[in-house]
Design a protein. Structure first.
Length: 281
């Protein structure tokens, strides 16, 4: 696939490890109150490759949550950071440690970063990200919009060209009616949106209960070319799972869109497993 990779701008952005935020009580669909952890911090026992339904918490973010304390700069960081971008710790005892952006979480506006080792990191450590990917285009597929993915990671994904279509392996295909929070956001390059998991019978029907952080998934009949989660029959969006399940009404595991088309050029192919962890450096 020919891309404009050589023309995509690469910029430095600066974030720091974010403190956990308690948002309690969390009420489920039946009004039950839960007092358990939520977003932010360094999550020692949950990360890239783990089942999105593993933890007893609400919107648990994998590995390391980061943000820029300046709200305006953080909005920029949220837009520019792309999955697969290199991230390097530049302060503290963990200085020099290298990792990768694995997602971003709208609402709380955290950029999620994977590090193989987390024990030396502390809240407040500064991390520089080589933000690269927004503006990436597929030159032979003008109906496909690309967001939120590092060009080198994109090239490693096992996408197969079949005629004038692209076959993309996914671990689940999510029907449009099982999406929720985040729909209607104006910037698909700066946020995620949630799979609605309050009907677990439907969730299990589509194998969504088996998805992992970092999995590629498809959302049917959704076009994310201008804004998030626009229903359009026949459209397909491809995304990466970025945070855990949660109990709040209309919420569930978050998905960051990396490809979208309003035509039938994108063909999701169900496979047992496909995760960005296998394609990061």
């Amino acid at each position: 696939m020919k891309t404009n990779k050589d023309r995509v701008v690469k910029l430095s952005i600066m974030v720091e490890v974010a403190h956990p935020v308690a948002r309690v009580p969390a009420l489920d669909r039946d009004g039950n109150a839960f007092y358990f952890p939520g977003v932010g911090g360094i999550t020692y026992n949950f990360g890239l490759g783990d089942n999105a339904f593993k933890m007893h918490g609400d919107h648990i973010e994998p590995d390391v949550s980061t943000k820029n304390k300046d709200k305006d700069f953080n909005n920029t960081c949220m837009t520019l950071a792309c999955i697969g971008n290199e991230a390097v710790v530049v302060s503290g005892e963990a200085k020099g440690l290298k990792g990768y952006v694995i997602g971003k979480h709208g609402g709380i506006d955290h950029i999620l970063v994977y590090f193989e080792e987390k024990d030396k990191l502390v809240v407040g450590d500064k991390i520089q990200i080589k933000a690269w990917g927004q503006g990436l285009e597929l030159l032979d597929y003008p109906d496909v919009r690309i967001y939120n993915i590092d060009p080198e990671l994109f090239e490693k994904l096992p996408i197969v060209e079949k005629g004038n279509k692209l076959e993309i392996p996914v671990s689940a295909i999510i029907p449009a009616y099982l999406t929720g929070s985040g729909i209607g956001a104006s910037n698909p390059a700066g946020t995620d949106y949630d799979i609605n998991t309050h009907d677990m019978e439907e969730v299990r029907k589509f194998g969504i209960d088996k998805i992992k952080i970092g999995d590629l998934v498809a959302i049917s009949d959704h076009y994310n070319g201008f804004g998030v989660g626009g229903f359009r029959r026949g459209a397909i969006s491809i995304g990466v799972v970025v945070h855990s399940n949660c109990v709040k009404t209309g919420h569930g595991p978050g998905v960051v869109v990396i490809m979208t088309s309003h035509t039938d050029v994108l063909i999701p192919k169900l496979v047992d497993e496909v995760n960005i962890k296998d394609f990061l450096k």
